[in-house]
Design a protein around this ligand. Structure first.
Ligand SMILES: [Zn+2]
Length: 445
């Protein structure tokens, strides 16, 4: 029988720049090639297409894949489980090093193709193959890749099951156990249960929220929160601005529906708003009807000017800048760089949490303070997370009952919390739950 190894390339020491290689004998499947956003001080309106791979590796922004040179095997496929930049953002910088197709769900594959087209330094010619949840791809004669439907904060997110002679390896980065999603179907529990019965050799899982007790609320709850803030008010004539994750199509849809309920026209503003909404429209997850979308700075400014002249109470602008990113539309409004005037009593709704790292916290503090100084009322954290919490992890472990568990996508703190959950579930550190660091290869017996 072929030996199986998990190679932690990136994302095991930090949150971001995810990359894992799974070696089955001499065949390798790479899972994800992501970017660590804070290391390039990136925000949703910035691209790194002009930066070189070696520079990005040196600053810890993309996975250091030099370990792959010492691994005895050939990369047969690269698979990405969803379209967040910490999972696909390094594809255009690294994929040309491997002669293998890139397999991703249709929405994710569309985003990957865009990343590769925008890249200015490398010209990767890897074939991008869309594959939907429920479908399989023959990696080699005896290795199969299967996508399983799951929920997260971006549409078309999947688990990847790599089927081998020795059993299946389930790659679960990222996910939430959402039984009442507002877009798409709930996770494919019956397939996961069946997988558990067939036998799962190893689970590779994110640990982002493993230190948070309970379960992650459904996106249905987030929709209620958003509607409660936007509609449940007596101050219905004031100016209202909403900012959220451009890639969170379900959330944007909830805000757009609230706008219609309020009798206001929804307007999406920001380069990444245009990118993700356009991609969602192309792949059947949204439509452009009744919604204006502006991505270029000039057209954004023109739209804001028009909103001011026609009346702020007629529109609901939905914009980039929820982390206070300099240059994003909300920051420009806060700086007074556009014609949209914030007046006393105008509302700014952050349908996002603060990503807890100092750069974001500082930027967010700055933008909020500037908005408040102009008289804005702030509605903070009108949001629920897209990552599994403690009891969701417990549930997944019990559902699929893996022989081995490998925490990924996190740092020592979040892995530590996860290890405690795994031990409570009956696993034992070093024997069947493994703490692996970037640059290490773990042999699975
Ligand atoms: Zn994600």
């Amino acid at each position: 029988m072929k030996d199986i190894a998990i190679i932690a390339v990136g994302g095991y020491n930090e949150i971001g720049r995810n990359m894992t290689a799974i070696r089955i004998g001499k065949d390798i499947v790479i899972m994800d090639m992501g970017l660590r956003l804070d290391r390039v001080q990136i925000h949703e309106d910035t691209d790194v297409e002009c930066l070189h791979a070696s520079d990005l590796i040196a600053i810890g922004a993309i996975p250091d894949d030099s370990i792959m040179g010492s691994i005895d095997g050939v990369v047969r496929a690269i698979a990405c489980t969803h379209g967040h930049l910490d999972h696909i953002g390094a594809i255009s910088k690294l994929s040309h090093r491997y002669k293998a197709p890139i397999i991703a769900s249709p929405f994710t594959a569309d985003l990957i193709s865009q990343e590769m087209k925008e890249e200015r330094i490398f010209h990767a010619d890897n074939k991008v193959m869309p594959m939907s949840a429920g479908e399989r791809y023959h990696v080699t004669e005896d290795i199969e890749l299967e996508f399983i439907r799951v929920q997260h904060s971006i549409v078309d997110c999947v688990f990847a099951a790599i089927h081998t002679d020795k059993g299946c390896i389930l790659y679960a980065n990222d996910f939430k156990i959402d039984r009442t999603p507002t877009l798409g179907e709930p996770p494919d529990f019956s397939r996961l249960r069946a997988l558990g019965k067939e036998g799962v050799l190893a689970l590779i899982t994110e640990t982002t929220n493993s230190g948070i007790s309970g379960k992650t609320p459904s996106e249905r709850i987030a929709k209620d929160l958003v509607w409660d803030v936007l509609i449940g008010t007596e101050e219905s004539r004031s100016g209202v601005l909403v900012t959220t994750f451009s890639s969170h199509i379900a959330r944007i849809k909830a805000i757009v529906e609230a706008a219609h309920e309020m009798g206001r026209k929804p307007v999406l503003l920001g380069r990444s708003m245009e990118k993700y909404w356009g991609t969602a429209a192309r792949t059947g997850h949204s439509n452009r009807e009744g919604i204006e979308v502006f991505g270029r700075r000039k057209s954004i400014d023109k739209a804001l000017k028009r909103i001011m002249s026609e009346g702020k109470d007629k529109y609901l602008p939905i914009m980039t800048g929820h982390q206070g990113e300099p240059g994003a539309t909300l920051s420009r409004v806060a700086n007074g760089e556009t014609d949209y005037l914030i007046e006393s009593g105008d509302k700014v709704v952050f349908s996002a949490g603060i990503i807890p790292q100092p750069l974001n916290m500082s930027n967010r503090f700055t933008v909020e303070t500037k908005l408040k100084m102009r008289g804005a009322r702030i509605y903070d954290n009108v949001h629920v997370s897209g990552h599994a919490c403690k009891e969701d992890h417990w549930e997944l472990l019990r559902l699929i009952n893996p022989e081995h568990v490998i925490p990924a996508h996190g740092n020592l703190i979040t892995h530590g919390y996860y290890l405690m959950i795994a031990e409570e579930t009956g696993y034992s550190l070093g024997s069947n739950v493994h703490l692996v660091r970037n640059g290490q290869e773990l042999l699975i017996d």
